[in-house]
Design a protein around this ligand. Sequence first.
Ligand code: NFS
Length: 645
Amino acid sequence: MGNGKSIDPAALEMLEVAEKEGISTAFSRVDRLKPCPIGRHGNCCSICFMGPCRMTGKDPNETGVCGATPSTIAARNLARSIAAGAAAHSDHGRDMALVLRAVAKGEAKGYKIKDVKKLHAVAGYLGIRVDGRTKEEIALDVAEKAISQWGQQEGELAYLSRAPKKRQELWRKLGIAPRGIDREIVETLHRTHEGNDQDPEHILTQALRTSLTDGWGGAMLATDIGDIMFGTPSPLTSKVNLGVLKDDEVNILVHGHEPLLSEMIVAAAQDPEMIEYAKSKGANGINLAGICCTANEVLMRHGVPPAGNFLHQELAIITGAVEAMVVDVQCVMQALAELSKKFHTKLITTSAKAKITGAMHIQFNHHDALPIAKLIVRTAIDNYPNRDRSRVHIPDFQENLVAGYSHEYINYMQGGAYRGSFRPLNDAIMQGRIRGAAGVVGCNNARATQDEGITTVIRELIKNDVLVLVTGCGATAAAKYGYLAPEMMENAGKGLKEICEAVGIAPVIHVGSCVDNSRILTIASQMATEGGLGEDISDLPVVGICPEWMCEKALAIGTYVVASGIYTLFGVDSPVIGAPEVEKLIMDGWEAQVGGKLEFEPDPMKIVEKTLAHIDKKRAALKLEEYDPNRYGQSGDKQMAGVSS
Ligand code: NFS
């Protein structure tokens, strides 16, 4: 089970190398830095320069200099985090929309409109006419309408119409239907500035509205526009973990989030001219792999293998086999710059939004994307002769995986191109073959044993017939231990196993990067409208889980999942544990408002217990048959006849 740092043997092996060489990593720095418990628990207010005011809990009447109560302080801190997370995802979506517009105008060489079917579907959501128009004309209108979602001042986001009717009505009734993406994020920053909104419940209601700009706004647009330009994913196989690095090829790692550059790097790395150039430098080829959500983007569409999740980024460099780590935005540790200097690795920043002192910067822009990608690939190749063979240490661990489950493909696999629907899935849940579903998503956190929470939750849920959907670094974690391989169906409960056998899937389905949690919203919405499982997302026997959360984006995601009506459990620890009133508001308060609650539960086994209890509660409310683990799996074929009809 490792040393408490990670359960991943590849990570443990690299940590030994790091220790021998005296190299610090997040795994070692976390021991040196004791977090301030006041700030960690939501009790530190630093929004004005009379403070920071630290609420210690010793005086029941304590307040900040201005009189702010601990509850107001914690609510403001949480709301600000949610706004920052929504900003990050949505800004990613904005850049995608701007590039789509450039593609439609013929101003973004190298990009194209790859998936016309998806373009038409998105045009439909946005109320844009498609008949008799070229794909460029449609794409231009889609892009303009998408871009307008950020600056819109009044009305509501167009994609809210993709939620079940009841949910839309509830959002309107509560006044949390977002007016525009930027507007809600800015308003949250305004409201939480010193001396403004000071009623915790009121602040947290705006936090719900802000989070919806992410899930049903920026992130959903990021996913859709990515599919239009780069193709809607469908299942493919690949490998995962540090063992995917090659000791005789130029290793390039793409790390960060946006697919705009990484898609071009995939193309550049496959260019015969580039491969020849690599050979001229003594390498046998070019090996592209990914870290974090960029990895998921290029995995889902090209099968590029992920070398690891968030806590693997430093370990990858310590293998001594990485010629270039190419980063754009988000989840990029500053430590990479110093670390890469200890090896031959070139850390290349590419975004105007994220420079790191000491890194090489090659500015990306969508007008010259392919030439820039080629320059980056050439820079990596030029660096290959500098690799110090005596320091190369690639741990021999890799697993097989299947990824690429878009919402569209999941629809298709349940009946084909003409009869595709969510009927079979809903039926399987209604019959109790599948007890319910859970999204297990999110980061690694250096304060938790890497991958332990994620894999414990997944292992126990599939054993209990819960179908699991994964995204982000949670998906990479699942993949590293074989959960995304079809053979894993052997470890699923009997009913779930029957379904996996019939459809030919693993019990854990990779639906993409973190912005692709929007695919899970679409799936939930379709399940709720398909019939038999209630009328709203909050009726479904489903749960959202983020066992090893780390960043503000995760909080934004968790909150929009709650605002969409889903019970959501986060691991590690609560960022508002020092303010019991706020804890109560995001649990009972939000549940009363939107039907979902946000709960922090550090123990993965308790997360499992609470998930199963919730699923059973929802099943009972729907008057479905009580779940019985032994009802299915006896006479396979006969039982399956009922499912596939
Ligand atoms: Ni999600 Fe993706 Fe990973 Fe966490 Fe970071 S990469 S956007 S934030 S660490 S899952």
